[in-house]
Ligand binder design. Structure first.
Ligand code: TYM
Length: 334
């Protein structure tokens, strides 16, 4: 008998242009996983309403994220690529899971605290229960692997707690979902200013977006924080220099990284040269993706077709799960 493929699920919020963090934390893994697993990837438009209640730019952002997913190598024929709000079952499952999530644990979530600090006038219940909705997204397809970056680790831990509570109370319906990366650890792509990470909405001058033009890429890289270089051979690298080497390892040839590493250790490094090299390799990496995105965005009909086809696949899987869920909870009376 053919072995059932493990199920994979992940999503990205349409709250701005995608960046290198989204690529290396998430998209790169999606693309590799599409050949090995049964995959569900979506644009998390409902989640974006927790922080972006103004929906004027929503449509444009949703279509862009969809196009960016495809431009990075996702094949809509192989995976279900869809929009979160098109699958109504998500909201139903979210409601059931809300009865299993406690105020105390939700209030302690790092992302909730951060967002509450950023938007003190809009600490809505959706923001508080954000990890519950994320759990619904994942387990709606009974997924066990969730390719995400390091910043999503706590949400995945919470998802496992909610799943265990559900299974304990109503019977085994869901596998435990795990955060996934092909390497040994989840990735955090740092920003270029030596502090924090690349982000869709913060740190914009220190974040490399997949939509940046060549000049913007060069400018941002050349402005990355460095110093006068080490004076003692083999000294440890300060965090902002370590971060630049991390970015180099993502896009430059190994031999180039080794060369600069050696120069660093011999106190001969010239950061101007290093940044020029990094900038050119970034341009080489980003520009074909940017051009592909623009090409795809020019074909509205194709995007609509992808979205509809993705929703159809996702609904099919959601429907089966929700039958099991309603049965397990005891909502079937006849
Ligand atoms: P979002 O939209 O913030 O980010 C999308 C993906 O990109 C990863 N990521 C990063 N990885 C490495 N370094 C960075 N600097 C960096 N910035 C972002 C994120 O870890 C994520 O994998 N809550 C999710 C969206 C979501 C979801 C889901 C994810 C909704 N439902 C179900 C997985 C499963 C979010 O806000 O991602």
């Amino acid at each position: 008998m053919k072995k059932q493929k493990e199920i994979v699920m992940s999503g990205i919020r349409p709250t701005g242009f995608l960046h290198l963090g989204n690529y290396f934390g998430a998209l790169q893994n999606y693309v590799r996983m599409q050949d090995e697993y049964q995959c569900f990837f979506m644009v998390a438009d409902l989640h974006s309403l927790t922080t972006h209640p103004d929906t004027k730019e929503l449509k444009e952002n949703v279509l862009r994220v969809l196009a960016e997913n495809i431009a990075c190598g996702l094949n809509p024929e192989k995976v279900a690529l869809y929009c979160q709000s098109h699958i109504y079952e998500t909201s139903e499952l979210y409601l059931y899971l809300n009865m299993l999530a406690y105020k105390g644990e939700l209030e302690k979530t790092t992302t909730f605290k951060e967002k509450a600090r950023l938007q003190p006038d809009n600490i809505n219940a959706g923001l508080l229960t954000y990890p519950v909705l994320q759990t619904a997204d994942i387990i709606l397809h009974r997924a066990s692997l969730v390719p995400v970056g390091k910043d999503q680790e706590q949400h995945l831990e919470m998802a496992r707690n909610f799943v265990n509570r559900f299974n304990h109370r109503y019977g085994e319906v869901f596998p435990e979902p795990k955060a996934f990366n092909y390497g040994s650890e989840l990735i955090k792509v740092p920003s270029l200013d030596g502090a924090g990470k690349m982000s869709k909405s913060e740190n914009q001058y220190a974040t490399l977006y997949l939509a940046d033009d060549d000049e913007a890429i060069r400018k941002k890289v050349m402005k990355a924080k460095t110093d006068n270089g080490p004076v003692i051979p083999n000294s440890p690298k300060p965090e902002y220099i370590e971060n630049i080497f991390l970015l180099m390892r993502l896009v430059c040839d190994d031999s180039i990284v080794q060369k600069f590493d050696q120069e660093y250790n011999n106190c001969k490094i010239r950061y101007g040269d290093l940044k020029k090299q990094l900038a050119e390799d970034m341009v080489k990496f980003i520009s074909p993706i940017r051009e592909k995105v623009n090409e795809i965005l020019g074909n509205n009909k194709y995007l609509q077709q992808v979205m509809e086809q993705g929703a159809e696949k996702a609904r099919k899987s959601a429907k089966t799960t929700m039958e099991l869920v309603r049965q397990a909870i005891g909502l079937k009376y006849f």
